[in-house]
Ligand binder design. Structure first.
Ligand code: PLP
Length: 382
């Protein structure tokens, strides 16, 4: 059996007719940039997350850059960024002119460690960007307290957590700047690049609309230097067809996650914690294993594709090393995780048979590699 890492063809076959009609409708209208199809999706997505406004942009990276600019971040400002995230979280802050300051993460939630964040604050710290990584919503309360104490802006990176919730609140419903990616493999993905910022702040919404459109409130009048960063109508049409399915897809991912986690219980392959009552949307199902590379190779041989998110901590990337980020040993949790984490296949359309096949392969691996040996190493990990 072959188990892909994600299966976008299986997803498409679930709404082929409706999707084809929506795309054709845009082609017939010839209204490709802006217009009613984009506005419709923006309203639907704002309602979905529980924010007043949604501003569709070109991709998730620019969603963060635009949010940082709308928040007034500038050269010399420091922004706290978790060391374990996709490169874009930091890159977007750098592209807005500010400086990412990396903070180590919590080994259970994989989120930015709030106590270490507090210790990283200087006179130049102006913002922080908690990342709702792998589909698990960050507990924002301690970050909100810290932000209040030090007068910091919070920008949320929600590229991996569309529809996730915590304490009954959907991510995005805080009303503050929340940034989404609609890259095809995301829980809500377009047929190309796409992104959005949601907010409930009227002023920020206005600034974002101007910034995404060449800094231009009225055509050919440019009040600031902005970007050309718009979500096009074809992608908006695709997203409008997919959005009504998102809760069901997220529930299916959670179901798969529960089965995988139950099968791994007590084993040396450590499953992610599934938070009680909160809605983790399992963009990625990330396990930890001291013999990660062997496990990856073993699953590969069985036709099961996996990924590593992320193999190089952000502070250790060539890009940020060249910019003076701290070296190896400075973020021990993230650095250990980078050698132990493995993302198993995860998508809503996985069949029971596919899940059973993955579980069987994991159990085989556990039997082949001496559990005691695995336990010892993984116990000493973080
Ligand atoms: C955590 C995180 N932030 C930001 C991004 C950037 O999104 P995009 O690829 O749409 O630019 C991604 C996605 O790839 C991501 O996973």
């Amino acid at each position: 059996m072959k188990i892909p890492f994600v299966d976008l063809k299986a997803q498409y076959s679930g709404f082929r007719e409706e999707m084809n009609a929506a795309v054709l409708n845009v082609l017939e209208s010839a209204y490709f940039v802006g217009g009613p199809v984009l506005e419709k999706f923006e309203q639907e997505f704002a309602a979905f997350v529980g924010a007043k406004y949604c501003i569709g942009v070109a991709n998730g990276t620019e969603a963060i850059t635009l949010a940082a600019r709308a928040a007034g971040l500038k050269q010399g400002d420091e922004v706290l960024v978790p060391a374990n995230s996709f490169f874009a979280t930091a890159e977007a802050i750098s592209n807005a002119g500010a400086t990412p300051v990396f903070v180590d993460v919590d080994p259970v939630t994989f989120h930015m460690d709030v106590e270490l964040a507090a210790k990283s604050i200087t006179d130049r710290t102006k913002a922080m960007i908690p990342v709702h990584l792998y589909g698990r919503a960050v507990d924002m309360k301690p970050f909100e307290a810290l932000a209040k104490q030090h007068n910091l802006t919070i920008i949320e990176d929600c590229a991996q957590a569309h529809g996730a919730s915590i304490h009954g609140h959907t991510v995005g419903s805080s009303g503050r700047l929340t940034c989404f990616s609609f890259y095809p493999g995301k829980n809500l993905g377009a047929f190309g690049d796409g992104g959005a910022v949601t907010t409930s702040d009227l002023e920020l919404m206005k600034r974002l609309r101007i910034l995404r459109e060449h800094g231009s409130p009225v055509k050919y009048q440019h009040s600031v230097v902005g970007l050309n960063s718009r979500l096009d109508a074809l992608q908006a049409a695709v997203l409008s067809v997919k959005l009504p399915h998102l809760h069901r897809w997220n529930a299916a991912r959670r179901d798969h996650a529960r089965k995988l986690a139950a099968a791994l219980e007590g084993s040396p392959i450590i499953a992610p914690v599934i938070p009680e009552g909160d809605e983790h949307v399992f963009h990625l199902f990330v396990v930890r294993c001291s013999q990660r590379d062997e496990l990856k190779h073993f699953l590969d041989q069985k036709g099961i594709l996996t990924g590593i998110h992320y193999p190089v901590p952000l502070h250790l990337t060539g890009a940020y090393q060249a910019l003076g980020a701290p070296g190896r040993g400075s973020m021990p949790v993230t650095e250990t995780l980078a050698g132990e984490i493995l993302s198993l296949p995860m998508y809503a359309e996985m069949s029971d048979e596919q899940i059973a096949y993955v579980i069987h392969a994991l159990q085989e691996f556990i039997h082949i590699y001496k559990p005691a040996e695995l336990m010892e190493i993984s116990g000493a990990a973080v």
